[in-house]
Design a protein around this ligand. Structure first.
Ligand code: OOG
Ligand code: MG
Length: 267
């Protein structure tokens, strides 16, 4: 049995409340049998609640496109989530983490969509610009522990994101060095090669998932390809910077008190 339509609304409300109140919840899989299709339906219902409150869809994001990420959370399938305007933090801005549950940060590469890509649209036609980026993820599940359907329903743990200055699309994107620095210390290193072998494949994978489960990708949207490295727990009062070789940096500073729980960066 999959979640019924009534369950879909109920599960979306639970996840929404958990995010709004900063209160972790048990995995949906503890009480419901939610398959991948039903989980994307919950994600759509969750985003509908948020857009009804005035948030505007601003992009899409891939998750679990690198081995480092899959190993960290124990889920080994790429997933698609959605970004909204109110969750974008300006480059160099500040992130208040006090309302989050157990935030982590990871380095990302962002694409600016030039037109709505469909399966088969060449990357160069679909993407206008690229940029280094940072994503703050914050699972709404206790202990940052979830199954594949759980994390899909939870909008792929999306919380906040920052995009650095947009750059022209370089010829090669498949072997750029990636650094994550906290207070000037490098805490993660990787390569864009870790993202499905080439981050352009993350867009193709996202287009295929969006075609099946929604949302409709739109011109002007931001698309995050998924982190090349494991995510790192985020504390208040730190300066965080992602560097992608040849593309520059994206950065923010955290403010606020200690989050509710500080689940570690590895499991
Ligand atoms: C799932 C979200 C993963 C990424 O870049 O891989 C993600 C999680 O790790 O909680 O955003
Ligand atoms: Mg991510």
């Amino acid at each position: 049995m999959t979640a019924t339509s009534i369950d879909t609304a109920d599960l979306a409300a639970r996840l929404d409340d958990a995010a709004v109140t900063g209160t972790p919840i048990p995995q949906l899989a503890d009480t419901h049998r939610v398959d991948v299709d039903a989980a994307y339906a919950v994600q759509q219902a969750l985003l509908a609640r948020r857009t009804d409150r005035g948030e505007r869809l601003a992009g899409a994001k891939m998750g679990l496109t690198s081995q480092a990420k899959m190993v960290q959370v124990g889920v080994d399938e790429p997933i698609l989530g959605q970004l909204t305007d109110t969750t974008q933090v300006p480059d160099g801005g500040s992130v208040d983490i006090s309302g989050l549950i157990h935030p982590r940060v990871e380095p990302e590469i962002a694409f600016l969509l030039d037109r709505p890509p469909t399966p088969g649209t060449p990357f160069t036609d679909a993407v206008r610009a690229v940029a280094p980026a940072l994503e703050v993820i914050d699972s709404r599940y206790a202990n940052f522990t979830f199954s594949l359907p759980d994390v899909i329903a939870d909008n792929t743990s999306a919380a906040l994101f920052t995009v650095g200055p947009w750059q022209p699309v370089p010829d090669g994107l498949d072997n750029l060095g990636v650094l994550l620095d906290i207070d000037g210390h490098t805490v993660q290193t990787g390569s864009t090669a870790a993202i499905l072998g080439d981050p352009r494949r993350a867009l193709a994978a996202g287009v295929a998932l969006a075609d099946r489960h929604g949302p409709d990708l739109r011109a002007g949207w931001i698309f995050l390809a998924g982190a090349a490295t494991a995510a790192v727990p985020l504390a208040p009062g730190v300066h965080v910077r992602a560097t992608v070789q040849g593309l520059g940096t994206a950065a923010f500073t955290t403010t606020g008190g200690t989050p509710l729980t500080t689940t570690g960066g590895t499991r």
